[in-house]
Design a binder for this molecule. Structure first.
Ligand SMILES: *[C@@H]1O[C@H](CO)[C@@H](O)[C@H](O)[C@H]1NC(C)=O
Ligand SMILES: *[C@@H]1O[C@H](CO)[C@@H](O)[C@H](O)[C@H]1NC(C)=O
Ligand SMILES: *[C@@H]1O[C@H](CO)[C@@H](O)[C@H](O)[C@H]1NC(C)=O
Length: 263
C-alpha cells in the first residue's frame, strides 16, 4: 500500500520536467535512487495481467451496458538487439501475436524492431495480416538503439505518413526491452533526445507503454522516462516467458475465441 501511494505521488510527468531542467547533471539521479529502486520490484503475474488488461487493452471489469470505445492503432516496438537471445525474441513475437487477438477486431497494428538501426517491420495492418507479419519478423542482433526505434515509431504514427495510421484512433506504443539504450554514458545528449522523442509521441496523442523484462535493470530511470506514466504505463516482468504467460492468461476477444488465431 505504501508503495502504491508513492507511485501516485511522484508522477512521471513532473520527473520529466525536472530532468529537462537539470539537464542530466547527475545530482538529480543521486537524490532519487530510492525512488527508482522500487521500480525494480516485480509484481505478481495476476496483478500485471490486470493492469495490462485495464490500461493497454482498455478492458473494463464490468461489461454491463454499451460504452463507446474508439478504435486503436498499436505499434509494437520489440527489442531485437543482441542483449536479448533469439529464443526470448521469438517469445516476444508470440506474446505480441497473442496481444493482437486480445484487442477489438477493428484495431490495427504496426511493428518496429530495435537494433543498431531500427526497422519498421510493417505498417498498420488488421488482425490476421498482423499476426502473419509478426511471425515473419527476423531476429536482428546488434546494438540497442532505442532512440532510432522511437524516431521511426514517431514517423509511423505521424498522420502525414504512408503508414496507414488513422485519424481519430487511440494511438498506443508497446515497447518491450530488457534494458536502457546502449551508449557511452558521457553521451547525455542522446538520452535527452530519447526523452524529447518520448515527449513528442505524447504531444501527438500517443500513449507509450513500456514493458521491462528481467531483474536489476541498469539505468532503469531512463526507461521510466519513456513511459507515459509510472502508474499505468510502466510494467515489470521477470522474463520473456512470464510476459508470454501473462498474455496467454488474458481471454482472447470473443470474435477470435473459436478461430484459434495466434494460438
Ligand atoms: C526463432 O524463430 C525463427 C523463425 O520461426 C526460427 O527459425 C528460429 O530457429 C527460432 N530461434 C530459436 C532460438 O528458437
Ligand atoms: C545505420 O544507419 C546509418 C545512417 O543511415 C548508416 O550509416 C549505417 O550504415 C546503418 N548501420 C547499419 C548496421 O545498418
Ligand atoms: C566518452 O566515453 C568513451 C568511452 O567510455 C570515450 O571513448 C569517449 O572519448 C568519451 N567522449 C567524450 C566526449 O568524453
Amino acid at each position: 500500500m505504501g508503495i502504491l501511494l508513492v507511485y501516485h505521488k511522484f508522477n512521471v510527468r513532473v520527473l520529466s520536467l525536472a530532468i529537462l531542467v537539470c539537464c542530466c547533471q547527475g545530482a538529480f539521479w543521486e537524490t532519487t535512487d530510492d525512488f527508482y529502486a522500487m521500480f525494480q520490484t516485480i509484481p505478481p503475474i495476476p496483478e500485471i495481467r490486470q493492469k495490462l488488461m485495464r490500461y493497454f487493452l482498455d478492458r473494463q471489469d464490468d461489461s454491463r451496458g454499451k460504452r463507446y470505445i474508439s478504435y486503436h492503432d498499436i505499434v509494437f516496438v520489440l527489442d531485437s538487439s543482441n542483449s536479448i537471445s533469439e529464443a526470448d525474441f521469438n517469445l516476444s513475437l508470440t506474446a505480441a501475436q497473442g496481444l493482437v487477438t486480445r484487442f477489438d477486431p477493428d484495431t490495427m497494428f504496426a511493428a518496429v524492431t530495435i537494433s543498431t538501426n531500427a526497422s519498421v517491420n510493417f505498417n498498420f495492418k488488421s488482425t490476421k495480416a498482423a499476426i502473419e507479419s509478426i511471425g515473419k519478423i527476423q531476429y536482428q542482433g546488434g546494438k540497442k538503439n532505442i532512440l532510432n526505434a522511437l524516431k521511426k515509431t514517431l514517423n509511423v504514427l505521424s498522420l502525414n505518413a504512408d503508414s496507414g495510421v488513422r485519424a481519430g484512433s487511440r494511438k498506443r506504443v508497446l515497447l518491450v526491452t530488457n534494458g536502457p539504450d546502449e551508449r557511452n554514458l558521457n553521451e547525455t545528449e542522446k538520452l535527452q533526445k530519447i526523452i524529447w522523442i518520448a515527449i513528442q509521441l505524447r504531444i501527438r496523442g500517443a500513449e507509450v507503454f513500456v514493458v521491462v523484462v528481467g531483474y536489476k535493470i541498469p539505468r532503469i530511470e531512463e526507461l521510466i522516462q519513456i513511459a507515459s506514466s509510472t502508474d499505468t504505463h510502466f510494467y515489470r516482468v521477470s522474463d520473456m516467458l512470464s510476459f508470454k504467460q501473462i498474455v496467454d492468461g488474458i481471454p482472447a476477444h470473443i470474435v477470435y475465441q473459436e478461430q484459434n488465431l495466434g494460438k
